[in-house]
Design a protein around this ligand. Sequence first.
Ligand SMILES: *[C@@H]1O[C@H](CO)[C@@H](O)[C@H](O)[C@H]1NC(C)=O
Length: 393
Amino acid sequence: MKSLALFATLLAVPGALSQASEYAQCGGIGWTGATACQSPFVCTELNSYYSQCLPGSPGATSSSASSTISSSSAPTPTPSGSLPRLGGVNTAGYDFSAATDGSFVDNSVSPPVSQYSHFASQGANLFRIPFAWSEMQPTLGGPLNQSFLSRYDATVNAALATGGYVIVDVHNYARLNGQIIGQGGPTNDQFASLWSLLAAHYASQSHVIFGVMNEPHDVPDLGAWATSVQAAVNAIRSAGATSQAILIPGSSWASAQALPTEAGPYLLKVTDPIGGTSKLLFDVHKYLDSDNSGTHADCVTNNVDVLTTLVNWLQQNGNRQAILSETGGGNTASCETDLGQELAYVKQAFPTLVGFSVWAAGAFDSTYILSVSPNPDGSDQPLWVDAVKPNLP
Ligand SMILES: *[C@@H]1O[C@H](CO)[C@@H](O)[C@H](O)[C@H]1NC(C)=O
């Protein structure tokens, strides 16, 4: 399900300082903290939501950040054949059987297929469909569970029938039964076996995106994790799935904030057997509540600072791309504002940020705190209407 990690303490609160330090926020819509920067840094507007203390003078800075984020000098367009701007929703249900320690209980629920045409008619073109490894492949290295695969396929095909894209998401937190892949748990070969079979199955579906793993957390050896990711990437390509994008996740519950300093430097070394890195995208998550857990109804940040730092890092490390595959909030005024600003930022940061999928619709009803499932009468949740829909592609 959604991330449970706590990252709010990783960044100091800039507003507590009278003069902001390098890379700290110093302005933007809704900003109430310090607007002056410590010498020699200059408060530089990156977009209307975010100004940051950077070296150099405003408007003439040498930082690639400010020169690449402004709409007048957008990042280099992606090569042809790469992904268009994406926006949509996670449809939960099959993941109800997947626990954060990678253990499995057999209580998956099929997301209602009617939701795909419902959301697509409003402009959504991305659907992330999580599932548990144990249900898809009950025996490590063994065949796929054909009974589950036919259920999962019916869902994937309903989403693909809209013309949109589907993220096939192994929702296992880098684990199986409490043990980490390649680090005491399943071997990299066993992990590769899952991806080999899935990729062979979906090899002809160009709108399938392979989500290598949901939310790795508490992974002791990030270099070893990158090796496990490489094994999955190699397996996907060897199975004949050479046209699709692959999403590679970092640590700390796929934290968008942690990627540049934790797993990112290791994952930059992951290679694609088809050549280049334009089809290897970083998979990141970010919530907007007080502890970044996605468990509270109210939002306290629009995350534009975190995402701006991520965009700078991606552009400075080979002009790579990422996708925000989980984010979301409650159906509250604070989240309607903050999520709306976050998704507007994501949209304008294309193609560095390819798009987003909010958490969650699917087999949740409107009592779930982060629900964007349609109501039984077909009407939508306020958060969807006010924050998500205006920022769809
Ligand atoms: C195979 O899939 C079916 C349908 O989802 C499920 O009921 C069953 O438990 C799965 N088998 C195993 C061994 O997990």
